[in-house]
Design a protein around this ligand. Structure first.
Ligand code: PRX
Length: 660
């Protein structure tokens, strides 16, 4: 049974306990409805109040939402603030300097506690070092780093001096890194000698050197290297600097740059339905407001909590729920370098026990893989650990199947912690549709209802509302403060991708299909409606993988589709036509491995196809269009029952159906 079918048949409801509701910021559904009604009654007033209460402004804003250049919306534009001041200085000034900001645990289990005062000093020193290298307000800095305190420091230091950062996930290849350096026009690159994950070292500096050597990024004048392992690196004295050396010379204070709320805080690349990743640009004020506000609403964060988001800072989840949201509130959080399965599948549970984590936020793919491991070995089952510190569980990145939800709830949360299924995207900046722990009755597999102020809806292809119970296209009807502002360097693409004319030009198109429950109005996400795949919660464009494949000299043509996968949610399946006769047997297996490695080098290991099938051709219509729906069926191993009368070459189906 597919995840969607099982969600639609789901009728278990988990209501918040009286105790959870009593202590929560938003207690009971009436409180939720009152906030929603307030937002509907006075949209500007609703957001202005939150922005004044949640953030510290250097110069108060007088304007709230400016729609005059829609869909290029502006929020709080004449207000001035600094994100790093909000995340660090204001807590120290409020007497919280000795509070632990970060509990960092390395891959091999070494733990470091960093206070807010320490973190502020480290950020100031690094901000001064960047300034000394000539990095100034508006310049872009690319960060290609492992999960580390230094990674968070680098991001915050950029925010402090108003230099938008663009973090590139450490698993991306030199080519992907080069493309991002070029597109964003970086002036500096911050990296590490090596990254440690699961006991293995990955040579980040070497990959960064390769990326720079590919050219187009001559504007990068400084490469600042964090020494993580002490492994061998090549050194270019004209440009390379050790992080520990540059910060040692700098002062521990640095006046923050006061910025318009609309000043870009960062650019984060994500996959779209065309070949080239999009640079999603976020603002300072609106983004930070929602990062902090959703911590309070969706996670019901309180000062006594120990928060842990297991994402990587290379993804939006790591930006919002590691670098910005928790720090904006003065939270104590765990930051983890490693992977959930090293040294064994009990790592997460062991760390929750050790650090007394109370709010735990992870991805369905991690839960699914840990279920398998726990089932096979009691020692790493959550029941073998003391997880009584937990009070709230969260999930993000892909639909969570009800079986995994219930396991998470029972075995990790001891049947007492709500599972908060958060739907959102790189583009939305923070949670959009998610339950609130003290208010929303939970239904496994549903992300429930939009947060207050978020006008999410489901429409048909013409932009008309569809009734509950009928599936359609997920949209947001009103701009919200943390939405992306544009696609870096490509405003036309921003308009076309997110506010398409077919829907009337005024609805934000999320790119997901969804359905609302007839009675409750709860949303269930049904996955992407475009050519974007979701593999282990990572977003990949089918066109990106296709371009990578056809750039191999032996490949004539390639088509990539997704197939449901028990562990990774979706798996990449590639259908490939070679410039030589179709290989079979061992030859085919060997070439498939070569192509897999090729994609790993072109994009990164996350994009490697799980299954590669070779054909003499691809199924095409007489006009030459590849019939992807047939490929999707073939990938799943389904019998082809669709109409194939428009197919130019029906015999090809049999060839491609062959599973190796
Ligand atoms: O398809 C949706 C899925 O992930 C996409 C966004 O991916 P990305 O920008 O990489 O951000 C991931 C982390 C926020 C969405 O379009 N998605 C995200 N969260 C959920 C989800 N699908 C179902 N349920 C979710 N909770």
């Amino acid at each position: 049974m597919s995840a969607i079918e099982s969600v639609l048949r789901e009728n278990r409801v988990f209501s918040p306990s009286a105790e959870a509701a009593a202590g929560a910021a938003i207690s009971g559904m009436d409180a939720y409805r009152a906030l929603m009604a307030e937002a509907e009654r006075d949209y500007d007033g609703f957001w202005a109040k939150l922005a004044r209460e949640t953030l510290a402004w250097r110069k108060p804003f007088t304007k709230v939402l400016d729609e005059s250049d829609a869909p290029f919306f502006k929020w709080f534009e004449d207000g001035e603030l600094n994100a790093s001041y909000n995340c660090l200085d204001r807590h120290v000034e409020a007497g919280q300097g000795d509070r632990t900001a970060v509990i960092f645990e390395t891959d091999d289990g070494v733990v470091t506690h960093v206070t807010y005062r320490d973190l502020l000093e480290r950020v100031c020193r690094f901000a001064n070092a960047l300034k000394r290298r000539g990095v100034k307000k508006g310049d872009r800095v690319v960060i290609y780093m492992p999960m580390s305190i230094e990674g968070v420091v680098a991001m915050q230091a950029c925010a402090r001096i108003g230099a938008p950062h663009s973090v590139v996930f450490g698993g991306f290849s030199s080519k992907s890194l080069n493309e991002r350096l070029v597109d964003v026009g970086a002036v500096a690159l911050i990296t590490a000698d090596e990254q440690m994950r699961g006991g293995k070292a990955l040579p980040l500096k070497r990959i960064a050197d390769e990326a720079l050597a590919m050219g187009g990024c001559e504007a990068v004048k400084s490469v600042i290297v964090y020494r993580r392992t002490g492994g061998n690196v090549e050194w270019d004295a004209s440009r390379d600097l050790w992080m520990h050396e540059v910060v040692a010379q700098e002062a521990a204070t640095c006046e923050p740059e006061w910025l318009s709320a609309e000043h870009p805080l960062f650019v984060l690349y994500t996959s779209g339905s065309t070949g080239k990743p999009k640079g999603v640009q976020h603002s300072t004020g609106g983004y930070l407001l929602w990062a902090a506000q959703t911590m309070k609403w969706t996670f019901d964060w309180k000062p006594a909590d120990v928060f842990w988001c297991t994402a990587d800072i290379g993804w939006i989840t790591g930006h919002t729920y590691i670098t910005y949201g928790p720090l904006a509130l003065g939270a104590t959080q765990v930051v983890f370098e490693g992977v959930p399965t090293y040294p064994d599948g009990g790592r997460f549970w062991n760390m929750i026990e050790k650090h007394k984590v109370s709010i735990f936020y992870t991805a369905p793919t991690a839960i699914r893989s840990l279920i398998k491991i726990a089932d096979a070995d009691e020692k790493v089952h959550p029941k073998s650990f003391d997880l009584s510190s937990l009070r709230i569980l969260g999930t993000v990145g892909e639909p969570i199947n009800p079986e995994a939800w219930v396991w998470y709830h029972q075995h990790v949360g001891g049947a007492r912690c709500p599972v908060i299924d958060t739907w959102w995207q790189t583009e939305t900046g923070g949670h959009m549709i998610a339950p609130m722990p003290g208010a929303t009755p939970l239904v496994p597999g549903s992300c429930t209802l939009p947060l207050p102020g978020i006008m999410a809806a489901i429409v048909d292809e013409t932009g008309q509302d569809v009734p509950n119970g009928q599936g359609g296209i997920l949209v947001v009807k009103r701009p919200w403060p943390s939405m992306l502002r544009t696609v870096w360097g490509d405003p036309e693409r921003f308009k076309k991708s997110y506010f398409p004319a077919e829907l009337g030009g005024n609805l934000y198109l999320a790119g997901d299909g969804s359905v609302r429950d007839k009675e409750t109005g709860y949303f269930t996400i049904m996955g992407r409606i475009d050519d974007v795949l979701n593999v282990s919660g990572h977003r990949l464009g089918t066109m990106e993988i296709e371009s990578a494949l056809v750039s191999n000299p032996i490949v004539a043509e390639a088509a990539v589709v997704g197939r449901p996968d028990d562990t990774t949610g979706e798996a990449v399946v590639a259908f490939v036509v070679l410039k030589r006769p179709r290989p079979e047997g061992e030859e085919a297996a060997k070439l498939a491995n070569e192509l897999r490695a090729w994609v790993g080098k072109e994009i990164g290991p996350i994009a490697k196809p799980k299954d590669i099938r070779f054909g003499d051709n691809l199924p095409k219509t007489r006009s030459g269009k590849i019939m992807r729906r047939l490929l999707r069926s073939l990938a799943k191993g389904e019998e082809i029952t669709q109409d194939v009368s428009t197919l130019e070459n029906p015999a090809i189906l049999e060839q491609l159906a062959e599973v190796r």
